[in-house]
Structures are given as structure tokens and as C-alpha cells.
Design a protein around this ligand. Structure first.
Ligand code: NAD
Length: 367
């Protein structure tokens, strides 16, 4: 009788996966509350369907923690401050700790002043930026976030082949009382680096023109980012000879460039390159604007958003039977599905996470 091939994915219940990730970070030396936050936000990215920023990051985060590139138990240092702005240093703490602290400071100042800017430097990887925009939306605020990765250049500018930008996400969120918020949240690279990571582990392929080689040829080959990946679980994006490309030709490239100016130069954390030789310390910078709609359009804002959202959705679908979606709708639908049915992970991704867990003496749940 023929043996059925092993399925390519394993599916984990949400709570079990969250607890498992928390146990890994607790075993690696994080306090229980921080370990749980890391589990919560990595799993939140998977729930939103952004597997590139979910638990796939666990092995790399543990290496960063062990190397001292990211630090447990950190808080914000306020460098400069007025009633409506703050320049804060994240001290290379985990993004899952530093991110909410920076957002909560922005919420507090915007509630008091009508609007606020928070310029954050030296944060550990902030993961899915939509989580921070959603936190502001839950507090009733509109927010804009421009992000870069100091020391993490991966992306070629429009017209070039050498890496000059990081993947520089932009996120804009708006609250919708009684509904999920509007959440526009994307990398300015053609795809987020994590999507190449997922593809390199047997997951969904990236578009055929997502990467560019040193000779200017476009490609979907993850080796342009990671070099030779045979037999290795942990990918190193410094090893490839090529680069990611920006989305939207010169427009996406210009947006990526301005993320470096806002999140790198203006926060003080610095742009993504040039990268000095030797070990790299990668850190997110985030320039965020928080706006209290009550201080602008006033009580009419919510109704105006609802009317316009309905109008946009009423556009006749290009494909009969399909639907026009609002920013954030794909994520909320995936979240509802995964909360009900669990989170699917590529077998190779699961193997890399469980190998890291076992090294730390943590037993994985059945996958
Ligand atoms: P993506 O290309 O999947 O785009 C997601 C955005 O597009 C969302 O706002 C989504 O609601 C919207 N969208 C998707 N399909 C839609 C449709 N059919 N109709 C209407 N809207 C639609 O995202 P990405 O570029 O792969 O980014 C993935 C994640 O990576 C983001 O959460 C981003 O914050 C994160 N990221 C983080 C870093 C970092 O340094 N921390 C760097 C890069 C990316």
C-alpha cells in the first residue's frame, strides 16, 4: 500500500502556540511578562496572516538575545520631550516591549494635546507594525507610522542593484467605532523580507520580480538574499549577493527613502546603511504621528469614515463575485479563521522553532 506523503504544514492551536513561544523566551532568560508579550505579538502576526512576522522569527530572536543584539527587560529612555512630542530610545529592548510603551506614550500625549509625534530609535524588531497602529485605533486615535531598520539594508533603490534601504514599512490606521479599524500596513519592499524567509522554507513563493541580482536580472530566488541555504534552518540575509526590490517603481522607492529620513535620520537611530564591517546590531526606528479625530473633524469623523468606506466597497468588483476590500479586512478575516481553526506553519518553520526550543530545554506541543 503506498505511503501518503507527510503534509507540508502543521496546524497549532492559538493558545498552545502562544504559550510555547512564551516558554521558549522565558527559558532564554526573559521575565515571564516579557516572554508572554513576545508570544502574544508573534502569534498576533500569524493570526493576521502575516506569517513572515510571526513565530517564524523565534530562532532568529533567540540568536539575537544570546548575542546581545537585543536585550531583555528594557524600557524607554526619553531624550527630548514637550507636551506633544517625545524622542525616545528603545535601548535595543525587545520590540514587543518597547513598541507598546512608545505607542502608549503617543496615546497619552495625543489625548492631552490633540496630536503627538513619537520618534523612537534603537528598538528591537517591532514585528508587525499593524499591531501598534491597532493599539492606537483601540484608543480612538488615527495614527501614521514610518519605520526603518538601522543596520538592516536589504532593498535596492529604483534604478540600482545594490542594497540601500531596509524593508521600511508604512502603517496608517483609523478607528471605526463598532467595527474593526482601517489598517493599512505594508513593507515598501515588493515583499517583506520575512516572505522570502517563508518561501526559502518551502512556503508560498514570492513574485517573480521581487528580487534583483548583481547583474540587474529580476528573480524570485531566495538565495539572492540568503546565499546557499541547503541544510541550514536559520537564514542570514547578509549572505546573499542580491537585493529585494521596492514596490511601485520610483514611487515605492521614494517612500522607502523617506522612511529612512523620518525613522532613521529624524529619530536619531540612523538610516539602514552604510553598514560597518563586523557584527551587525539591527534596530527598528519608528516615527509615529497620533491624531485625536475629536480635535479635527470632531464628532462627524466616524460617520464620514463609514459613509466613505461603504462607497468604496460599493465599486463593482473587477472579477464577478469577488469583493472590494478595505485596508485591514484581509487580516481580520484571516484572524477569525485562524482563531477558529488554528495556525498553519510550514514543517520546516516548525522544525526550526522546535530545534531552538529543545536547545533551551523546552518541550514542544504536539504539531
Ligand atoms: P502586504 O503586501 O500583505 O500588504 C498588507 C496591506 O495591504 C494590509 O494593510 C492589507 O489590509 C492590505 N491588503 C492586502 N490585500 C488587500 C486587498 N485585496 N484589498 C485591500 N487591501 C488589501 O504586506 P507586506 O508588505 O508583506 O507586509 C507584511 C508585514 O510586514 C506588515 O505587517 C509590516 O508591518 C511588516 N514589516 C515589518 C518590518 C519591521 O522592520 N518590523 C519590516 C517590513 C515589514
Amino acid at each position: 500500500m503506498p505511503v501518503a506523503p507527510a503534509p507540508e504544514t502543521v496546524t497549532l492551536p492559538v493558545n498552545a502556540l502562544r504559550d510555547f513561544v512564551a516558554a521558549i523566551f522565558a527559558a532564554a532568560g526573559c521575565a515571564s511578562d516579557e516572554a508572554q508579550r513576545i508570544g502574544r505579538y508573534l502569534v498576533s502576526a500569524n493570526l493576521a496572516g502575516h506569517d513572515s512576522h510571526g513565530v517564524i522569527r523565534v530562532p532568529r530572536y533567540i540568536i539575537w538575545l544570546q548575542d546581545g543584539a537585543v536585550r531583555a527587560g528594557q524600557s524607554l529612555t526619553v531624550l527630548r520631550e514637550t507636551t506633544s512630542h517625545a524622542v525616545v530610545d528603545g535601548n535595543f529592548g525587545f520590540g514587543q516591549t518597547i513598541g507598546p510603551l512608545a505607542v502608549d506614550l503617543g496615546i497619552e500625549k495625543a489625548k492631552a494635546s490633540g496630536m503627538a509625534v513619537i520618534a523612537l530609535s534603537h528598538a528591537g524588531h517591532l514585528g508587525r507594525i499593524g499591531d501598534w497602529g491597532e493599539r492606537a485605533a483601540e484608543a480612538g486615535l488615527v495614527s501614521l507610522h514610518f519605520v526603518n531598520v538601522a543596520g538592516g539594508e536589504l532593498v535596492a533603490p529604483w534604478g540600482g542593484v545594490e542594497r540601500r534601504f531596509s524593508t521600511n514599512p508604512v502603517c496608517i490606521t483609523a478607528p471605526r467605532p463598532g467595527h474593526e479599524p482601517l489598517v493599512l500596513d505594508f513593507a515598501t519592499s515588493r515583499v517583506a523580507e520575512g516572505k522570502v524567509l517563508v518561501a526559502s522554507q518551502g512556503g508560498k513563493k514570492v513574485p517573480a520580480d521581487a528580487l534583483i541580482g548583481p547583474d540587474g536580472t529580476v528573480s524570485d530566488d531566495p538565495r539572492l538574499l540568503y546565499g546557499d541555504i541547503a541544510g541550514s534552518h536559520v537564514r542570514d540575509a547578509t549572505k546573499g549577493a542580491g537585493a529585494l526590490r521596492t514596490f511601485g517603481e520610483h514611487k515605492g522607492s521614494g517612500l522607502a527613502f523617506m522612511c529612512e529620513i523620518l525613522a532613521g535620520c529624524l529619530t536619531g537611530g540612523g538610516p539602514s546603511g552604510p553598514v560597518a564591517p563586523g557584527p551587525r546590531r539591527i534596530a527598528n526606528g519608528m516615527f509615529s504621528l497620533y491624531v485625536d479625530p475629536g480635535n479635527f473633524a470632531g464628532a462627524g469623523f466616524a460617520a464620514s469614515v463609514e459613509d466613505y468606506a461603504a462607497y468604496v466597497k460599493s465599486s463593482r468588483p473587477a472579477i464577478p463575485g469577488a469583493e472590494v476590500l478595505l485596508p485591514g479586512e484581509p487580516e481580520s478575516r484571516t484572524r477569525a479563521d485562524r482563531l477558529a481553526h488554528g495556525i498553519p506553519l510550514q514543517r520546516e518553520t516548525w522544525a526550526a522553532i522546535t530545534a531552538t526550543a529543545r536547545q533551551l530545554g523546552v518541550n514542544p506541543p504536539a504539531g
